[in-house]
Design a protein around this ligand. Structure first.
Ligand code: SF4
Ligand code: SF4
Length: 498
């Protein structure tokens, strides 16, 4: 069990009193020089790092009008203060979004505003909310910018739409650029660049795993459902989080996708070169890595000659694909214009269900009483289908098409107000377990409500990070670990292949 106090579940929402500095000790492991080298950053804190950090910050502000507006426009109204799950779970005031922003904003003010320069020169930068870049400031950055899952919930409630996630990404990029990176993200990105997926799973192991899945599905159903790799000329390239290849509950989702493609008669393939949908570069705010990681997918689509690219259940991967691919790695004029680029697996399944192309037995899911966790990046940074709010409607409509018992969590904890699972934004690492458990509190409180009122026993998600995070934290809050599952696991259960 944990060597820190697990928060007690309360009736949601209770805003906790402030406890200064309670999470100052929380810091992820620092990247080693080899991890830094894998993503093109200096291996350790460089000489003159204070000056270089300020210079890099200036470059980022110059390159992003949005970042500058976010840094200039906060009026300290306080509307965001109780909106972050990490504040609600830890009581640390530096986990209030405005306070988190101010860690970076004060350095920006000091060096890039007239008042900051003037009062800084007079030795009184604090009078105008400005501060020099010091080791103490850097320590605070490393701690608290790794206590932001970049979920964007605070921005929904800010009257100016200030997006703390963008500020947190900028802070991580500045730290990386002076040699202070986070091990978890940077090591993983190195593996993607080298091998093609977050796990470092080489092609033979991937092929082996998929052959094993074909045998499992055959044993279960008596039907030959294929899991093809590198099949040239297939219609669909599926890119999915590599967690789908090896672990529960992810793998059940992959089986669901394969059954959908099989029954609809859609030829599809995975790629051993681009065997990863996730793109952790977004978490560290690195445009170069974002592009080179995504470029593998474009290259795989070209090499395999596919007509469509479909993205599996992964929240931030869908954001990267939906929001950035076009300008990052487009144009996609070599794909079939009849289909959107990219297309989410939920859009594919929803469309087939609408057209009656899938044979479904809803009763097969009758042992499940289901609720749905809206993942942050899907909810607040993307869309599905051609309808406003499609990212909320489509997953729920799929669930209701394949199961009889569905219940939403409280309205102020779903859709665009959804709470992060507590492990997003590159924080899904065991060295941040205390933060992850405490940050999951608001979601656990909302879950408790539907468990008590509706006997919910299945927490459905469409994000690999959410699924992994809940697998770890559910037991700490006395829920069964296996109540978290994929949306396509529900589809897989209900689909009648014979
Ligand atoms: S983006 Fe999410 S994690 Fe970050 S400060 Fe805002 S609410 Fe908190
Ligand atoms: S809600 Fe927006 S303007 Fe108000 S304090 Fe928070 S970041 Fe600043």
């Amino acid at each position: 069990m944990a060597d820190f106090e697990i928060p007690a579940l309360k009736e949601y929402p209770v805003i906790p009193p402030v406890k200064v500095g309670t999470m100052a000790h929380s810091k992820p492991f620092v990247a080693k020089p080899e991890h830094q080298a894998g993503v093109g950053y200096p291996g350790e804190l460089v000489d003159n790092w204070e000056e270089k950090a300020v210079t890099r910050l200036g470059e980022l502000v110059k390159g992003s009008r949005a970042l500058q507006v976010f840094l200039d426009s906060c009026v300290k109204c306080g509307a965001c203060t109780d909106k972050c799950h990490y504040y609600l779970g830890t009581s640390d005031p530096k986990n209030m979004p405005v306070a988190r922003q101010d860690l970076l904003r004060k350095v920006y003010r000091r060096h890039y505003t007239f008042a900051g320069k003037l009062f800084g020169a007079l030795g009184m930068p604090g009078l105008v909310g400005a501060a020099d870049m010091t080791k103490e400031v850097l320590d605070d950055w490393y701690s608290y910018f790794h206590q932001c899952s970049q979920c964007r919930r605070c921005s929904v409630f800010c009257p100016y739409g200030i997006d703390t996630a963008e500020i947190s990404m900028a802070a991580r990029e500045v730290m990386d650029s002076v040699g202070l990176g986070q091990k978890y993200c940077n090591e993983i990105l190195g593996k993607v660049h080298k091998i093609g997926n977050n796990l470092g799973l080489p092609e033979p192991a991937l092929v082996d795993t998929l052959e094993g899945l074909e045998e499992d599905v055959k044993d279960d159903t008596g039907v030959d459902v294929r899991f093809p790799v590198d099949q040239k000329g297939a219609d669909v390239l599926l890119v999915t989080p590599s967690a789908d290849f090896f672990a529960e509950p992810h793998i059940d989702g992959l089986i669901g996708y394969a059954k959908v493609f099989h029954q609809a008669g859609i030829s599809w393939t995975l790629s051993s070169y681009a065997s990863e949908a996730a793109n952790f570069s977004m978490f560290i705010g690195s445009g170069d890595n974002l592009k080179s990681t995504a470029m593998r997918i474009r290259q795989a689509a070209l090499d395999l000659g596919v007509k469509r690219i479909v993205v599996g259940e992964c929240g931030h991967a869908w954001r990267v694909a939906y929001s950035f691919w076009n300008t990052l790695i487009g144009p996609f004029d070599f794909l079939d214009p009849k289909y959107p680029v990219p297309q989410h697996i939920c859009e594919v399944t929803y469309d087939l269900l609408q057209r009656g192309a899938l044979k479904i037995d809803k009763e097969a899911n009758d042992h499940r009483r289901i609720t749905f966790h809206d993942s942050c990046n899907v909810s607040r940074a993307s869309r599905m289908g051609n309808i406003p709010g499609g990212q909320f409607i489509i997953p729920r409509e799929i669930i209701k098409s394949v199961a009889n018992h569905y219940f939403d969590m409280p309205a102020n904890t779903i859709h665009e107000s959804t709470y992060c699972c507590g492990g997003g934004g590159g924080l899904l690492t065991d060295d941040l377990m205390e933060l992850r458990i405490k940050g999951a509190l608001p979601r656990m409180e909302a879950l408790q409500q539907v468990v008590e009122e509706n006997d919910v026993n299945y927490l459905c998600a469409i994000c690999a990070i959410c699924k992994s995070q809940f697998t770890k934290v559910l037991p700490y809050y006395k829920f069964p670990m296996d109540m978290i599952g994929s949306l396509h696991q529900l589809v897989s259960t209900a689909i009648q292949l014979k």
